[in-house]
Write a protein that binds this ligand. Structure first.
Ligand SMILES: CC(=O)SCCNC(=O)CCNC(=O)[C@H](O)C(C)(C)COP(=O)(O)OP(=O)(O)OC[C@H]1O[C@@H](n2cnc3c(N)ncnc32)[C@H](O)[C@@H]1OP(=O)(O)O
Ligand SMILES: O=CC(=O)O
Ligand SMILES: [Mg+2]
Length: 573
């Protein structure tokens, strides 16, 4: 295997870890550096950790290799190459095969709500009327130790049905509805994110193996009884770039099924197609996961981010203002159409994506306009052939449901058989890479900066999804703001939409940052500004936007600032 590093493991002197005598009881080779908590200890049991360790030891080299391959692909794109279909896997694209039949419990996924694994939100989401709830350890979650471990506790209580929440300020108690709760999908982190609070053989664990391993271990049995009608658990898999990464997930699933003694093919996952290289690998990804697949999803926000990242060395492919890069751009429409065609040909769901609008409570006209945009977006999706869609907020579910039901019919769970989209088989590499059209403005640069800094400030204080200027912002949308600024500065682009002919450079950006920080302070108020992490966020965001070389992920650098080893301050990643 190429590029795999070596390390030396020294066994800890004690099997208690993470807080001295009261520490977690860990298997050999494991060190927990996160805070000890009695509740967390019910998740971090020795047996559950043993399972995570098994996964880590079995798959770490393959994961490292897959990440090295990403670097190698990046090097090629930076030298001028563009992604495309792989001639070596033409037979997979051109032969007829189908994935395992969709489990009946999730045949109908017309509206799915998403949200971080926060206790109240989990209850609200499961009760929201959506068919599915995607509980997120990824774009919507800041992966602090507290968030991750509380998230696991919350999901365990949700799966066994005992979850409650008491909002003391409002004296309101939340609990699950007796029936018609949404089916649970869990989205672990991407392959690239480490879990620095859990060391295995002296190295940080792979974040997604911790998320998956702990959740699977504690919930597979109850889930299959209560939610999956014999199938499950169900997952969403983010940010993959190549089918070799899907192959690792498939092996992880097989390993988990074997360990649990459940039938192969019980676990099912929907893969987000949210990187540009992955759109050329959709058949291959489904093929790797064919016994464990329940579709693909248009992760449109990360996809836009990935377009910029993939073409970071291509000054002829610059993006216009962020709000102009919607699903009506040709490259985005072609991506969605080909995804539908691919999924339906292989017998699985083609899920739509997230409209960023959220309800606007204090302005009925603006609220109606936002809802109208959501309806239009969902109408485009259902007419194109998508089998379901995402909603960011419970207030959007009735509108999304109405559009899908009116256009798909209430008795048809999905459009897998009825919308084959054979016409999309002619979509070419060029169609998928078509240059986005539109203008660039100073306001675009300002908005990116204002949103990027505020999002990062929230993330650093433990909140991974926020409402900003009436839109949902999460790690994926914030990435667009960051890489777009980077691209515009790097290539000194002309802001052609303003008619002023101004070029973006470090000096202009410096002034924008200063003015936008003042604006943020005015908008959030002096007190919140002082108490919050706006200055730290500004420093991080500015460094990333002006770096000579583009950082692969906003959250990798930022993660160093949320790692909290116990005893306090012992070290960072
Ligand atoms: C690009 C991607 O990856 S998209 C997927 C990842 N992103 C997400 O999942 C974002 C999900 N959405 C959210 O996090 C939230 O809707 C936000 C942060 C955008 C807005 O949240 P808030 O400011 O709390 O909204 P608001 O105040 O209007 O909430 C009203 C109620 O709805 C609840 N709510 C809002 N969004 C959600 C949600 N997604 N799931 C469950 N409940 C929700 C709130 O908890 C609140 O409940 P309460 O009345 O019982 O107190
Ligand atoms: O995860 C979803 C996205 O749009 O990104
Ligand atoms: Mg995403």
């Amino acid at each position: 295997m190429m590029g795999v590093g070596t390390y030396v493991y020294t066994a800890p002197a004690t099997s208690k870890s993470g807080g001295g005598a009261a520490g977690y009881d860990v298997p050999e080779g494991v060190e927990i550096r996160g805070r000890f908590d009695e509740e967390f200890a019910k998740i971090l049991t020795k047996e559950a950790l043993e399972f995570v360790v098994e996964l880590q030891r079995e798959f770490r080299n393959r994961i490292k290799y897959a990440l090295e391959c990403r670097k190698e692909a990046k090097r090629r794109y930076n030298e001028g190459a563009v992604p495309g279909f792989d001639p070596a896997t033409k037979f997979i694209r051109e032969t007829n095969w189908v994935c395992a039949p969709v489990p009946p419990a999730v045949a109908d996924r017309r509206v799915e709500i998403t949200g971080p694994v926060e206790r109240k939100m989990i209850i609200n989401a499961l009760n929201s009327g959506a068919k599915v709830f995607m509980a997120d350890f990824e774009d919507a979650l800041s992966p602090t130790w507290e968030n991750l471990m509380r998230g696991q506790v919350n999901l365990k209580d949700a799966v066994d049905g005992s979850i409650t929440f008491h909002d003391k300020a409002r004296n309101r108690v939340y609990k699950l509805n007796d029936k018609n709760t949404a089916k649970l999908f869990v989205r672990p982190r991407g392959w690239h994110l480490p879990e620095a609070h859990i060391l295995i053989d002296g190295e940080p664990a792979t974040g997604c193996l911790v998320d998956f391993g702990l959740y699977f271990f504690h919930n597979y049995a109850a889930f299959r009884q209560t939610q999956g009608a014999g199938f499950g658990p169900f997952f969403y898999l983010p940010k993959m770039e190549n089918s070799r990464e899907a192959k690792i997930w498939n092996c992880v699933f097989e390993r988990a099924e074997k360990k649990a003694g459940i039938e192969r093919g019980s676990i099912r996952a929907t893969v987000l197609i949210e990187t540009l290289p992955a759109v050329f690998q959709m058949d291959e990804i489904l093929h790797e996961l064919r016994d464990h697949s329940v579709g693909l999803n248009c992760g449109r926000w990360d996809y836009i981010f990935s377009y910029v990242k993939t073409f970071q060395g291509h000054p002829d492919r610059l993006l216009p203002d962020r709000f102009l890069v919607g699903m009506t751009q040709n490259f985005m429409r072609n991506y969605s159409d080909l995804l539908i065609r691919t999924c339906h040909r292989r017998g699985v769901h083609a899920m739509g994506g997230m409209a960023a609008q959220i309800p606007i409570r204090d302005d009925p006209a603006a609220n109606e306009a936002a809802l109208d945009l959501v309806r239009k977006d969902k109408l485009r999706e259902v007419k194109a052939g998508h089998d379901g869609t995402w909603a960011a907020h419970p207030g959007l579910i009735p509108a999304c449901m109405e559009v899908f039901t009116n256009n798909m019919g209430s008795n048809t769970p999905n459009q897998i058989q009825s919308m084959r989209r054979e016409d999309a088989s002619s979509i070419t590499e060029e169609d998928l890479l078509e240059r986005p059209r539109g203008v660039r403005t100073l306001e675009g640069l300002r908005l990116n900066t204002r949103v990027g800094i505020q999002y990062l400030a929230a993330w650093l204080t433990g909140t991974g999804s926020v409402p900003l200027y009436n839109l949902m912002e999460d790690a994926a949308t914030a990435e667009i703001s960051r890489v777009q600024n980077w691209q515009w500065i790097k290539y000194g682009v002309e802001l052609d939409g303003d008619g002023l002919g101004v070029r973006v450079g470090n000096e202009l950006f410096g002034r924008v940052v200063e003015e936008e920080m003042q604006r943020i302070e005015r908008e959030v108020g002096k007190e919140k500004f002082k108490k919050g992490m706006y200055k730290e966020a500004c420093k991080l965001f500015t460094r990333q936007c002006t770096a000579q070389t583009l950082d692969d992920f906003l959250t990798l650098d930022a993660y160093n600032h949320i790692v909290l080893h116990h005893p306090r301050g012992s070290s960072r990643l």
